[in-house]
Design a protein around this ligand. Structure first.
Ligand code: IMP
Ligand code: MG
Length: 205
């Protein structure tokens, strides 16, 4: 598997196309749309070369990973047959802070028995969410379990987690866009952007 791409610079928001409504709230663009697209294709290719022609069960961790999930699994480079798709809801964040308590709902874990499972997550932060979800899946005896995660913020890690396919390693910034939100907002941004601190400090949770 290829190493994730390390992102260290932020592009000023006036240099790329961002809907005017959002520009004032953003510190800048961390991962532009084109780079996300290419990297997601690469991950699709890697998953395919490992698993083709075996069937996969793909599980999306809602809500944030929905966009990544769709682009990864319905990618032109995804040749492994993803014969089953499932979703689960994991909630840990209130506003900008992880509560540390994870609630998981909406998934019948017994479905993973004897399947090749790919768990798809948007961002690995403290690690608490993926730790809890992967342990719960493993209890139900899948044939194998791999994790695909678009972003990793290693500086925030509390619980170590193994990720098999990772898109980008990013600095400790709160990011939005490409499905990631802050209190339900900014999901529709095409680029992965850094939210200004004053936005999450002043907005009511
Ligand atoms: P963890 O349990 O602390 O690893 O947090 C994982 C979850 O927190 C992710 O699935 C996201 O939903 C959310 N999260 C963590 N960092 C960010 C961020 O920078 N922007 C938006 N959501 C985030
Ligand atoms: Mg998530």
């Amino acid at each position: 598997m290829s190493s994730p791409i390390e992102i260290n610079s932020i592009y000023p928001p006036d240099r790329l196309v961002i809907p005017g409504l959002y520009v004032k709230d953003l510190k800048g663009v961390l991962v532009p749309e084109g780079l996300i697209k290419d990297r997601v294709s690469k991950l699709a290719e890697e998953i395919s070369s490992k698993h083709y022609p075996n069937d996969l069960l793909a599980v999306c961790v809602l809500d944030g990973a929905m966009r990544f999930f769709v682009d990864l699994l319905y990618n032109e480079h995804m040749l492994a047959p993803v014969t089953e798709v499932e979703t689960l809801k994991a909630k840990s964040y209130e506003g900008k802070e992880s509560t540390g308590k994870i609630s998981i709902s909406g998934f019948d874990f017994s479905k993973v028995k004897d399947k090749r499972v790919i768990l798809v997550e948007d961002i690995l932060d403290t690690g608490t969410t993926l730790d809890k979800v992967t342990k719960e899946i493993l209890v139900h005896n899948p044939k194998c379990l791999e994790v695909a995660c678009l972003l990793d913020k290693p500086s925030r890690r509390v619980t170590p987690v193994n990720v098999d396919y990772c898109g980008f390693v990013i600095p400790n910034e709160f990011v939005v866009g490409f499905g990631l939100d802050f209190n339900g907002n900014y999901r529709g941004l095409k680029h992965i952007c850094v939210l200004k601190e004053e936005v999450y400090r002043t907005e009511k949770k």
